[in-house]
Design a protein around this ligand. Structure first.
Ligand code: NDP
Length: 230
């Protein structure tokens, strides 16, 4: 299996959880490194050449990628009136187009092998919206359309495609938020706490597993109830 952005946060937890469950795991990274027992390949998902090269290395070392967790993502938060083209382009090129690049490269061997599990990491923000995150929310809601189209295109080949939509998870991405924002979120989360990276990893593990073969095109929230009803 392959997880993109396995150097830290949710992706790193995914790599560890799949490794501990006995999967052969590859993880892409740009900086830092990957957990022990995981094949690390450098890859910037904004560059198709690097994506292709990463897949070649993984296929040579571990065989075809049957489970893909497209996790790599960035934020460039700012209010609409201040959002630059660069803020928009960086987020869309990474979160949406980058995911497309990885999915496109992963799909053919999955179809050939008549088995595949594609798991796209979206966000509750893609469904709820969020001030200051027009770029991010747009990129994340688009992943729902991507997964559902994939589900329809590849379903007959035994390839499923699902979305995991985490809520507020404690990682580097959220550690930069002001204390007030965090307090505000906590008050709105029915289970009354922020999520952990393991909460998200376990949902992906389930979708990748043998008992999830009849689940496709679904959006699985891992948000403590924050986004209920969407
Ligand atoms: P982190 O910022 O901790 O990690 C992001 C990961 O993505 C890093 O491994 C980073 O690699 C990688 N990455 C970023 N840009 C690129 C790129 N161009 N090419 C390759 N890899 C890249 O974030 P989280 O762990 O918090 O988030 C992981 C995913 O979960 C993201 O898609 C995020 O949007 C989503 N999410 C997170 C939530 C949260 O509350 N934390 C909530 C909802 C969704 P490197 O460090 O090497 O650059």
């Amino acid at each position: 299996m392959l997880v993109t952005g396995g150097s830290k946060g949710i992706g790193r937890a995914m790599a560890e959880a799949f490794r501990d469950a006995g999967y052969k795991v590859a993880a892409t990274y740009r900086s830092g490194g990957v957990p022990d027992g995981v094949l690390g390949v450098t890859c910037d998902i904004t560059d198709q050449g690097q994506v292709d090269q990463a897949f070649e290395t993984i296929e040579a070392e571990l065989g075809p990628v049957e489970v893909l967790v497209a996790n790599a993502g960035v934020t460039r938060d700012t209010l609409l009136m201040r959002m630059s083209d660069d803020d928009w382009d960086t987020v869309i090129d990474t979160n949406l187009t980058g995911t497309f690049r990885v999915v496109r490269r992963a799909a053919r061997p999955m179809m050939r092998g008549r088995f595949g599990r594609v798991i796209l990491i979206s966000s509750v923000v893609g469904l709820l919206g969020s001030p200051g995150q027009l770029n991010y929310a747009s990129s994340k809601s688009a992943l729902v359309g991507m997964a559902r189209s994939l589900a329809r295109e590849l379903g007959s080949r035994n390839v499923t495609a699902n979305v995991v939509a985490p809520g507020f998870i404690e990682t580097d991405m959220t550690s930069v938020l002001p204390e007030e924002t965090i307090k505000g979120y906590k008050a709105r989360i029915p289970v009354g706490r922020l999520g952990s990276v393991d909460d998200v990893a376990q949902a992906a593990m389930f979708l990748a597993g043998e008992h999830a073969g009849y689940i496709t095109g679904a959006v699985i929230p891992v948000d403590g109830g924050l986004g209920m009803g969407h």
